[in-house]
Design a protein around this ligand. Structure first.
Ligand SMILES: Nc1ncnc2c1ncn2[C@@H]1O[C@H](COP(=O)(O)OP(=O)(O)OP(=O)(O)O)[C@@H](O)[C@H]1O
Length: 287
């Protein structure tokens, strides 16, 4: 099957989940070179906002040092799912969660889990670049200092430089480190936010539509960066751009009405989707 991938934003969904579609869980096929060690194991995860169920029995294995894309129509639960991985939904009143989100053999929702430590291990980059109202340097140095990872000035300097280099921003900012982060362009600000996220050496970086507010050149820069960063980090990204998912992701999960309908190696998913819904969505027939 030769699937034409759609490039477009997604409007509110229509359609219904049909039963009897293939079980989801471990991908069917995998990239030869990809790492196959589990970073996160999600089992039977359900989430309600008040009475409304937004996630329904999600089962997903996220592999270390890969990019996993979450795709699907607007309102199908991608961002909600992403926030379950670092307990950011805890901040929303009326949320109820059950099921397992396991990292390093521990359920992130267990009562004694230290949420601050969890969010150090699972960093997040948002749709709109959101640097602190501080200098470029302080944006990167703040969290490592707060977590006591570094204290000596030379160590902080070194860490700031390394994070900015890894985020592909050092050459552009090395002579203006003490200017406000907000003085940078949108694409540079997003790379600053990535530098801020990686400065604490997380295991996982969550990205919620990280390029949707950026121009095509900045988008391409971030996509290249994701490809480099996966050597060091596990990346989970939400995207509405099918071509981006096809370009950057090793694995793709297709969400629909709060369920993961299909999860597979990206190449396999895009060339031979197992479900009609995934095929229709990927090809832009609905969404
Ligand atoms: N804070 C909230 N309170 C109540 N309901 C919410 C909240 N956040 C999301 N929802 C609902 O949960 C469902 C899933 O939303 P979510 O934002 O996770 O979907 P999404 O797939 O990320 O959508 P989009 O692609 O438009 O960003 C939707 O019905 C949404 O209205």
């Amino acid at each position: 099957m030769n699937i034409q991938v759609a490039e477009r934003s997604v409007s509110p969904m229509t359609g219904h989940q049909s039963k009897g579609e293939p079980a989801v869980g471990a991908p069917v096929t995998r990239n030869e070179e990809a790492h196959h060690e589990l970073a996160i194991r999600v089992r039977d995860l359900n989430l309600w906002y008040g009475q409304a169920q937004a996630l329904k029995s999600i089962n997903l294995d996220v592999y270390q040092k890969n990019v996993t894309a979450l795709i699907g129509p607007s309102g199908c639960g991608k961002s909600t799912f992403l926030r379950c991985l670092n307990r950011m939904n805890d901040l929303i009143p009326g949320v109820r969660i059950d099921g397992l989100v396991e990292m390093d053999g521990r359920d992130v929702n267990e009562a004694k889990m230290d949420e601050v430590a969890l969010r150090r291990r699972v960093g997040m980059v948002f749709q709109k670049p959101n640097p602190f109202p501080k200098s470029i340097y302080e944006n990167v140095a703040y969290a490592p200092r707060m977590h006591d990872l570094v204290s000596r000035k030379t160590d902080v300097d070194e860490l700031v430089e390394r994070a900015l280099r890894d985020a592909g921003l050092w050459e552009e900012v090395k002579d203006k480190l003490h200017q406000p982060g907000t003085s940078l362009s949108g694409g540079q600000q997003q790379r600053l936010c990535i530098a801020r996220a990686i400065a604490v050496q997380p295991d996982v970086i969550l990205m919620d539509e990280p390029t949707s507010a950026l121009d095509p050149i900045s988008t391409a820069t971030i996509e290249d960066l994701m490809d480099k960063l996966k050597q060091q980090f596990t990346i989970i990204t939400v995207t509405h751009n099918m071509q981006q998912a096809a370009r950057v992701a090793d694995y793709t999960a297709f969400f629909h009405l709060g369920e993961v309908v299909e999860y597979n190696d990206t190449q396999a998913m895009f060339s031979n989707p197992h479900t009609k819904k995934a095929e229709d969505y990927i090809t832009g027939r609905y969404g």
